[in-house]
Design a protein around this ligand. Structure first.
Ligand SMILES: Cc1cc2nc3c(=O)[nH]c(=O)nc-3n(C[C@H](O)[C@H](O)[C@H](O)COP(=O)(O)OP(=O)(O)OC[C@H]3O[C@@H](n4cnc5c(N)ncnc54)[C@H](O)[C@@H]3O)c2cc1C
Length: 470
């Protein structure tokens, strides 16, 4: 039970929150581009102007500058998940190294190496293209708040050492040297494998760079049809159309233009808050001198971090699926979730009880049953797609763009032969079973967090390779 005074405090703390992502409330946001209003021909048409589409267009242009490339974006570039996420750029290509070793033991070390190279490459790209995305190489601190979570951290520390990466373990006393919270009982700081950044600035910078390289971007251009016409594909939109030899579909959690993708991806809404900027005194009370991104070690986890202005972005925990896989702006606000997030925030940082929230927002993530992206093509290779980033696509979309380009242009490298690239997740069952399976899994994960044991349903999912640990 939450006391009445706490309920009042939570209500007050959220009362003035703007209902947009903190990142998008930025005077340096670019003006939207003009929509497509004519019939045009390109070598490559990319659908979707988030990280995935923008990296795909940029990779194609860098590979072959003579290609004509366009990006068709239903609203504005970087306005969907890419501009509303936590800004944790993680090296993992598999939603955590543990999953890589469980599922692909033979290639796990290679996947870890490729993931780190990809993350370093993201920074190199941002630097050489002059993108000021407030990138901080601060790593990620995983914190345990329950006894049974400590074992995850110890195993994680072993794995980091085995991979030759820098990690520091903190017990219940030592963790306060990093960040002060009465809820922490241990922590593991992985120093090498995560950067913090401003995702909207990154998306806008990628779009600007793509245009400088000659990519044409059309905002407010929703592709409503995709048909083959001889060797080409024709993409229809409200006021114009594009004929292209190749099409890259980068539409994340939105209804896919190729029906078969829908069996593998469910849109799940994730929510976040951002506080007002912390004063120097408040910063002192929390510590956090190393500015790591933080995630707790439970299945239903919070992620949080400092922004450049010393706001705390606080998100996660509640992942909401709407029956039938509905997506829309109406799902981007959810009072019950914001109340819950605020309550958890004050429990974690009681010393910040005077700090209120300036922003609250949500966005859709493209969850698949293996929790990291899968790849495919159709129409004799003319249409290529990747989806299923499952809430961890800030950096891995860059890797996916490379995979997409190799598939589109027939390259054969160590990447195209990866089992991760060639295999697929299990499809979700159709509705209404889909809704039931997702709710049962969520409830079981919450139970496992409380009890420290996985129930029969989760053990069954583990056996068929669908087990999820945060
Ligand atoms: C609240 C939240 C927090 C997150 N936190 C993190 C994090 O800290 N770290 C991390 O790695 N990941 C995080 N993620 C996930 C990450 O944001 C995504 O994995 C990543 O942005 C995916 O990029 P994308 O280009 O595939 O998707 P999007 O950015 O969603 O872009 C897809 C684009 O396609 C467009 N589109 C769709 N259909 C059409 C069509 N028919 N025609 C034209 N355009 C179309 C959409 O308008 C959209 O702009 C988070 C996501 C959310 C929502």
């Amino acid at each position: 039970m939450v006391s009445r005074s706490k309920q009042v405090r939570i209500r007050e703390s959220l009362a003035d929150a703007k209902t947009i992502p903190v990142w998008l409330d930025d005077p340096s946001a670019p003006e939207p581009r003009e929509p497509l209003k004519s019939h045009r021909t390109f070598d490559l048409a990319v659908v979707g102007g988030g990280f995935h589409g923008l990296w795909t267009a940029l990779t194609a242009k860098e590979r072959s500058p003579e290609l004509s490339v366009c990006v068709l974006e239903a609203e504005v570039c970087g306005g969907a998940a890419s501009g509303r996420n936590g800004g944790f750029a993680a090296s993992t290509l598999t939603h955590g190294p543990g999953i890589a070793f469980d599922r692909y033991p033979a290639e796990a070390e290679k996947l870890e190496r490729l993931g780190l190279e990809n993350l370093r490459g993201l920074k190199t790209d941002a630097d050489r293209w002059g993108i000021d995305c407030q990138l901080e190489e601060s790593g990620e601190l995983e914190v345990a708040t329950r006894e049974h979570e400590i074992v995850n951290l110890l195993e994680g520390a072993d794995l980091e050492r085995r991979l030759g990466r820098e990690a520091a373990y903190f017990d219940s006393e030592a963790i306060a040297s990093q960040i002060r919270s009465p809820t922490y009982i241990a922590g593991l700081w992985r120093k090498d494998s995560t950067y913090m950044l401003n995702p909207a600035r990154l998306a806008w910078g990628l779009a600007r760079t793509a245009e400088e390289m000659g990519v044409e971007i059309f905002d407010y251009t929703q592709v409503t049809s995709l048909q083959s016409d001889g060797p080409d594909m024709v993409l229809g939109s409200r006021y114009g159309s594009v004929r292209a030899q190749r099409v890259a579909l980068c539409t994340n959690a939105f209804p896919p233009l190729v029906k078969r993708i829908a069996a593998y991806v469910v849109p799940v809404y994730d929510y976040a808050l951002a506080t007002e900027p912390l004063t120097p005194e408040q910063m002192k009370e929390v510590g956090w001198a190393s500015r790591q991104g933080v995630g707790d070690s439970s299945n239903l986890f919070h992620y949080y971090r400092l922004t450049a202005e010393n706001r705390i972005l606080w998100g996660g925990y509640d992942a909401i699926y709407h029956f039938g896989g509905k997506v829309g702006h109406e799902f981007e606000q959810r009072k019950a979730t914001f109340d819950l997030l605020a309550r958890h925030f004050y429990a974690t940082f009681p010393q910040l009880r005077e700090v209120g929230f300036d922003y609250s927002w949500g966005g859709a993530i493209d969850t698949c049953s293996r929790f990291f992206p899968f790849f495919g093509s159709t129409n004799r290779g003319a249409v290529t797609y990747a989806a299923g980033f499952t809430g961890l696509g800030v950096a891995s979309t860059r890797f996916a763009a490379r995979v997409m380009n190799e598939m589109m242009f027939g390259d054969k490298t160590e990447i195209s032969s990866l089992e991760l690239v060639r295999s697929r997740p299990l499809p979700f069952p159709p509705e209404p079973m889909r809704y039931g399976v997702i709710q049962a899994t969520r409830a079981s994960l919450a139970g496992a967090d409380r009890r420290g044991r996985r129930n029969a349903w989760l053990r069954l999912l583990d056996r068929i390779g669908l087990g999820f640990e945060s």
